[in-house]
Design a protein around this ligand. Structure first.
Ligand SMILES: C[S@@+](CC[C@H](N)C(=O)[O-])C[C@H]1O[C@@H](n2cnc3c(N)ncnc32)[C@H](O)[C@@H]1O
Length: 300
């Protein structure tokens, strides 16, 4: 079974196909389902397309059904990363990402983080009676209180003791676990007790924050916005190791698969629309062929 599905994008409705996948198999699910009432991926041809429900209540309940099936497919220490954007209906912001997040929480998922994906290059809009939206959400869910999370893999540069900081002396403590700042140049600043050492001086940077500034992705063959590879990389590096299995149940143009395979993870995708199933499988095949050629050259 594993060999048959590894690095494959399976065609069909996620609610049918996911049931056939092995239980307790995936270390991470990284995905972006269709947003409510925004696009028509199957060009009106498929009734089981998610996102086209007449009411947003039905949309939420369909996503709860999907992620309830997928929960048994995720390993007990695995993570789900869910990217969602919001929708306006009759001038009203529906708050869809949070409606879905809270419904998943009610269904038993543990919501561990809400991340704002800030898009510095978001499309300009003609709107004049409210601010232009330039963010989406990424929710990080776990099945259990304990799970695999590699915080070191996604640290970001320190800001507290940057060149501009008022507390410049603190920079001398970078990388020195024993040199706590209160004994150093900051004259016993109680803000910098031992417990904060990791936050302020960890040699690999500070712990990842919850606002991620990442420009929108581009993939010319897809007629919809794909999410950026950088965004997938952060989720992937934080929640998986090499050879782990990663699932994207709404594969689209295959960004999750491309990033997973390029980084020596094993991927399984599900996609309803045959055009996108073909497109994503082709992209993933290109990456896996390149990787095997690279391996052949380097193992000689
Ligand atoms: C937002 S797109 C995913 C884009 C993807 N993250 C990327 O970067 O290319 C959502 C995808 O979900 C697919 N989809 C919609 N309903 C589905 C269903 N019931 N089962 C599986 N896939 C579905 C759509 O055809 C679309 O390709």
């Amino acid at each position: 079974m594993n060999d048959l599905i590894t690095n494959k994008v399976l065609l069909g409705d996620v609610r049918e196909v996911a049931k056939l996948l092995p239980d307790n198999h995936f270390q991470a699910i990284i995905t972006s389902p269709p947003y409510y009432n925004l696009r028509d991926y199957s060009e009106g041809k498929l009734e089981n397309e998610i996102g086209k429900e007449l009411s947003h209540v039905e949309y939420v309940s369909n996503l709860v059904e999907v992620f309830t099936i997928l929960k048994s497919k995720l390993k007990n220490d695995g993570l789900l990363w869910l990217n969602l954007g919001d929708t306006y209906k009759n001038k009203m912001l529906l708050g869809m990402p949070w409606r879905v997040a809270l419904a998943l929480q009610d269904s038993g998922w543990i919501l561990r983080s809400d991340i704002i994906w800030h898009k510095p290059n978001a499309m300009p809009s003609s709107i004049k009676d409210r601010p232009t939206t330039d963010h989406e959400y990424i929710f990080m869910f776990s099945k259990n209180n304990e799970y695999f999370y590699d915080s070191d893999a996604i640290r970001e540069p320190h800001k507290t003791f940057s060149e501009d900081s008022k507390m410049k002396g603190g920079r001398n403590h970078f990388g020195k676990v024993n040199g706590t700042p209160e004994k150093g140049k900051n004259g016993g600043n109680s803000n910098l007790h031992d417990g904060r050492w990791n936050q302020a001086f960890h040699p690999k940077g500070r712990n990842k924050r919850t606002v991620w500034e990442i420009p929108l992705g581009k993939f010319k063959d897809a007629h919809f916005a794909v999410y950026p590879e950088k965004l997938v990389e952060i989720c992937l590096f934080a929640s998986t190791k090499e050879n782990d299995f990663v699932l994207d149940p709404f594969t689209g143009a295959g960004t999750t698969g491309v990033v997973a395979c390029r980084n020596s993870r094993k991927f399984v995708g599900i996609e309803l629309v045959d055009k996108y199933q073909g497109m994503s499988q082709k992209r993933i095949d290109e990456v896996t062929v390149q990787s095997s050629i690279f391996d052949m050259i380097h193992t000689k």
